[in-house]
Design a protein around this ligand. Sequence first.
Ligand SMILES: [Zn+2]
Length: 440
Amino acid sequence: MGRTIRGVIFSGALETMAPDDRAALQGARLADLVERLRKVDSPYWRVKLDGVGPVRGLEDLAALPFTVKSELRDTYPLGMLAVAPADCVRVHASSGTRGRPTIVAYTRGDVEVFAEVNARAIACAGGTPDDVVQVAYGYGLFTGGLGLHYGAERLGATTVPASGGNTALQLQLLADLGAAGLCCTPSFALLLAERAAARGVSGLRVRYGVFGAEPWSPALRTKLETAWSALAGGTFDACDIYGLSEVIGPGVAMECREGKGALHVFSDHFLPEIVDPSTGAPLGPGEQGELVLTTLTKQAQPVVRYRTGDLTSLVDEPCPCGRTFPRIARLTGRVDDMLVIRGVNVYPSEVEAVVLADPDVAGQYALVVDRSATLATLEVRCELAGDGDADRVADRLAARLAERLRVRVAVAVGPPGSLPRQETGKAKRVFDAADAPATG
Ligand SMILES: [Zn+2]
């Protein structure tokens, strides 16, 4: 676990291993994991591994059963523990969309891995031990704040635990403490950039962002990099971090600044597969499917072949940064984010990619779904970035969306700043017609 030069590749040799050596390590860890889980005295693990044959290495992975989100809910609060409760040093929770939250637990070793993978992630974006890193993800039960916090400390950076919200204070701290790194949701980064520009904040030295917890498009990256480069007077790298609490939290995979467009999966800890979402059959490189993850080293609450619900594909090309971790394409969305508009499948990320690619449009938008008719309809609401002809922009976007989505959607373009801004939490982009924000 080398602390290396300028934080460029944080874990050194572990991140640049030859693929065959890493496969051997993963195979040995997988075999150990299954043997350990067989010995756990718990109804959950007895049932899960019932009928599972010997696991010698990666070749036996596909014979293991999948794990799905509802198993965490059904075993609430801690029925999936693989250690004694007293060996846990922390829990996190994700808000339950259907009632109960799901709880995830960590041993001291798990917390160390959590810090290490987030240190790697910040280094992927360009972070170094000499940096000030401001963490503007929410702290608390949500994994974002504490995950990046301990990652930044492990990297050796000076960590500013700003948590979410309070844009005025955030901007003051960014300027006065001179943060090089900003960790937050991409929507919050956009809001901070808007407010900084509006207030004429000077003295910013931010060089990179570790942006995640929401799906976001390359078009939003362009907007973020343009805005922050202008504010801080230099280049700015907006990089995507991926994770989920069921696996560990942020730091499962990370985009590096040299190879934007795909994310390195830290596969010495989190073993990725891509499967067909309907059949569960494994898919090859380049084929889009559901990401499935197995935690190879997690102690307190491992998951075996966890169905993330996130859609992506394996990218089979070496990365110029030198890391040899496999990469996944930026996530197109979740299986359950899909909207059916006039009978056609539409992912919100596809809409974002079209709308935010228009230079006359600002970064804020909302998708309003009206389900009152037999076939649901969609209206896209967005804002002008500056002076512009709203009607002409709306016509242009409607045409581009029809071409990309193969379905007709309405577009309403308001003046700059006309949509409501959200200060905390994951950005809500999709609304039912009854409770949607109006433009202007
Ligand atoms: Zn890379």
